[in-house]
Design a protein around this ligand. Structure first.
Ligand SMILES: Cc1cc2nc3c(=O)[nH]c(=O)nc-3n(C[C@H](O)[C@H](O)[C@H](O)COP(=O)(O)OP(=O)(O)OC[C@H]3O[C@@H](n4cnc5c(N)ncnc54)[C@H](O)[C@@H]3O)c2cc1C
Length: 276
C-alpha cells in the first residue's frame, strides 16, 4: 500500500515586537503579528518551535518556499532549523515569548536573538510538544540547564497551588537566576557552574543523583546537554530503577555540535539517550 502523503508543514511568520535582556546570558524575544492567529497551540507546557534561518547573503524572503529552494539551492545552502520553547503565550496581545541562551558568538539562533530588533521577521514550524505536569501527580522532579529553563519555568508556573516537587536548574552563576512563580511546595534550586558550560563544570548530573525521589506517583521532566542526559538516564533508570515510561527525558543540544549535526546524530548510536 502506498503511504498517505505527509501533511505539508505550515510555516508561520511573526515579527519581533521587542527584546528584553533577562540576565547577562538570556534574551527574551517577543514575537507577534498577523501570523499569530494561524498558530495551533497545544495544551502542553514544553511547546517548541523550529525557527528557520537562511544565509543572509542569499537575500531570501520569509516565509521560505522550501520546495522551490530545494530545486534551486545545493543542500548546504538550504535554510536550517533551530529549536526553541515558547516560554509564554500572551493571547491578549497575540504575542509569544521565546527566551534564547546567549552562548557566545558561535551559532545562528543565539547571535540572531542577541541582535534582534523590532520589525525583524522570523518564520518557524510548530509548535510540537510532549509534556505537561499532571495535576494528580504526588511529586514532580524537573531538571535542566539554561536551554530547558524556559520549559521548566513554564511548567512549574502552570502547576496547581498544592503541587509538590523540586526543580533543579543549572546556570552559570547567581546573575543568571530568574524569578519563577512556583507553587509553595515546589522548590526551585539553582546550581551554579561558575563558568561556561563544559563537561568539567556541569553539575546537573551529580545534583540529580543526590535527589531523594519519594515513592508514589512521581512525574519527571529532565532536558539539557546530551551527555548529561545519558548519564542521568543511567543513574535514574539503570541504577535506581525509576520507571522510564512517562518520564520526559531528552537532549536539547550537544556540546561541540551545531544543531544540524545534533539532530542528524539522533539516528546514530551517539545520539541515543537510551542505550537499550
Ligand atoms: C525541544 C527543544 C527546546 C529548546 N528550547 C530552548 C530554549 O527555549 N532556549 C534555548 O536557548 N535553547 C533551547 N533549545 C536548545 C537550542 O535548540 C540549542 O541550544 C541550539 O543548538 C542553539 O542554536 P544556535 O544556532 O545558537 O547554536 P548552534 O549553531 O546549534 O551551535 C553552535 C555551538 O554552540 C554550542 N551550543 C548550543 N547551544 C548551547 C547552549 N545552550 N549552551 C552552550 N553552548 C551551546 C553548540 O554545542 C555548538 O558548539 C531547545 C532545544 C530543543 C530540542
Amino acid at each position: 500500500m502506498t503511504p498517505a502523503p505527509r501533511k505539508p508543514r505550515r510555516q508561520h511568520l511573526l515579527t519581533v515586537q521587542h527584546t528584553e535582556h533577562l540576565t547577562p546570558h538570556m534574551v527574551r524575544v517577543v514575537l507577534g503579528g498577523d501570523g499569530f492567529s494561524g498558530i495551533e497551540f497545544k495544551e502542553d507546557t514544553d511547546q517548541y518551535i523550529k525557527l528557520l534561518f537562511a544565509d543572509p547573503a542569499l537575500g531570501l524572503q520569509r516565509p521560505y518556499d522550501l520546495d522551490a529552494l530545494r530545486d534551486q539551492l545545493p543542500q548546504d545552502q538550504m535554510p536550517v532549523t533551530r529549536t526553541y520553547t515558547i516560554r509564554h503565550i500572551d493571547r491578549e496581545r497575540q504575542h509569544i515569548w521565546v527566551d534564547f541562551v546567549i552562548h557566545g558568538d558561535e551559532g545562528i539562533a543565539g547571535p540572531w536573538a542577541a541582535g534582534a530588533q523590532p520589525g525583524d521577521q522570523i518564520s518557524f514550524f510548530g509548535p510540537g510538544s510532549g509534556y505537561a505536569p499532571r495535576p494528580e501527580a504526588d511529586w514532580h522532579l524537573l531538571a535542566g540547564d539554561e536551554s530547558a529553563l524556559p520549559a521548566i519555568a513554564a511548567s512549574v508556573e502552570s502547576m496547581p497551588a498544592q503541587a509538590q516537587g523540586l526543580a533543579l536548574i543549572e546556570v552559570r552563576d547567581a546573575a543568571e537566576e530568574q524569578p519563577i512563580a512556583a507553587p509553595a511546595g515546589v522548590e526551585v534550586r539553582w546550581l551554579h557552574r561558575g563558568a561556561d558550560f563544559s563537561p568539567e563544570t556541569t553539575q546537573l548530573t551529580a545534583a540529580v543523583a543526590e535527589v531523594e525521589i519519594p515513592s508514589g506517583d512521581v512525574q519527571i521532566f529532565i532536558h539539557g546537554e546530551r551527555e548529561q542526559m545519558k548519564a542521568i538516564r543511567r543513574n535514574l533508570v539503570k541504577e535506581r530503577g525509576v520507571d522510564r515510561r512517562g518520564m520526559s527525558l531528552s537532549a536539547y543540544w550537544a556540546y561541540g555540535r551545531v544543531e544540524d549535526q545534533f539532530q542528524a546524530e539522533k539516528r546514530t548510536p551517539v545520539g541515543q539517550i537510551d542505550e537499550d
